[in-house]
Design a protein around this ligand. Structure first.
Ligand SMILES: [Zn+2]
Ligand SMILES: [Zn+2]
Length: 334
């Protein structure tokens, strides 16, 4: 393990523990500095005990770099690995073991923190067969949503990466905004071309019940939409659930074969359990997705697996347990 690998793994572990803030920024800064520094120069500074001359390197990161150069696993990383393992119940583990991929993820192309390649190789190393990349759509400017041209460029990059990654597949997709009138924030020809389309509400989350219900039903009825993302939009402790008629929305999901996402982000855990029960009652399909914005967050599926197992989501209704070809056949026909 070289210093760059050690620091990247530290950032990964902090991300999976959802640490964020100053601490993660500091380690990301150290990683960026090491990537910019010639390895021979790094070794020379380490030998002299002068690593802290480099901007962004402090006591802790200097120690990690020195220990990595000496050929061992740095003590700080070893401790962090153990402390940040994502727990899972035995019941949740059955579902987790059946998952073959993740249908909702972001990269630096929109508001994610890692490259497409870093997200893909992390998903591969977690045992996945595929990762659906679903960066944001144009009108979510705050998250650098992709317009038509940028999406087309991204599709070229994904095709090139897929050549190199061979067995593993990056599936194309987008997290498309559900606009106020229920229309989708992307041209029809592109929606048709993408492998998987997640549709989510990100604006006017406090709309009144009937308006929100109509908006969501229209979106999930679209033949292009495969998954309804984080349906209530809640941020636990920060933002309340949107109000809509769940029976109408989930009945529409069941009728139009749109999966209800079980969003695994710790601050979302959407849908809430009573709505999850309602969706199971309507016979919906589900997708257990991380909505990862960093490599470490790709490890969050246990959060959703535990909830799904707890409420008795039937395994065969979870679309990301299916063989990839079956999933693609299902998303292509609607
Ligand atoms: Zn979203
Ligand atoms: Zn998302």
């Amino acid at each position: 393990m070289d210093p760059e690998q050690a620091l990247a793994r530290i950032v990964h572990c902090l991300d999976r523990a959802h640490v964020g803030g100053f601490k993660t920024k500091a380690w990301s800064g150290a990683l960026a500095r090491v990537r910019q520094t010639d390895p021979a120069e790094l070794a020379r500074l380490a030998a002299k005990g002068d690593l802290k001359e480099l901007p962004g390197i402090g006591d802790a990161s200097a120690k990690v770099i020195t220990e990595a150069l000496a050929g061992g696993v740095p003590g700080y990383l070893e401790k962090l690995e153990a402390e940040t393992v994502i727990p899972i119940t035995p019941e949740g583990e059955v579902l987790r073991a059946a998952l073959r991929g993740d249908c909702h993820s972001h990269s630096t192309w929109s508001d994610g923190g890692a490259s497409i390649e870093a997200m893909a190789t992390t998903a591969r190393d977690l045992g996945h067969e595929y990762l659906v990349l679903t960066d944001h759509s144009p009108r979510l400017t705050i998250a650098h949503g992709l317009n038509r041209e940028r999406l087309l460029t991204q599709l070229d990059e994904i095709a090139a990466l897929n050549e190199r990654l061979a067995q593993f597949r990056i599936l194309t997709g987008m997290e498309v905004d559900i606009l106020e009138d229920g229309a989708l924030d992307l041209d029809d020809d592109l929606l048709a071309r993408l492998d998987v389309v997640v549709a989510s509400v990100h604006s006017k989350l406090r709309s009144e019940r009937q308006k929100m219900t109509e908006r969501m039903v229209l979106a999930v009825a679209s033949p292009h939409v495969d998954i309804l993302g984080h349906c209530t939009g809640r941020l636990i402790g920060k933002r309340p659930e949107s109000v809509f008629d769940a029976d109408y929305v989930f009945a529409a999901c069941a009728q139009f074969d749109t999966a209800v996402e079980i969003n695994c982000r710790p601050e979302r855990l959407d849908p809430p359990l009573e709505l999850l029960d309602a969706a199971i009652g309507h016979g919906c399909y589900f997708s257990i997705d991380t909505d990862a914005h960093a490599t470490g967050q790709l490890e969050w599926q246990p959060h959703g697996c535990d909830r799904a197992a707890d409420r008795g989501v039937p395994l065969e209704r979870v679309i990301n347990t299916w063989a990839m070809d079956d999933l693609l056949a299902w998303t292509a026909t609607k």
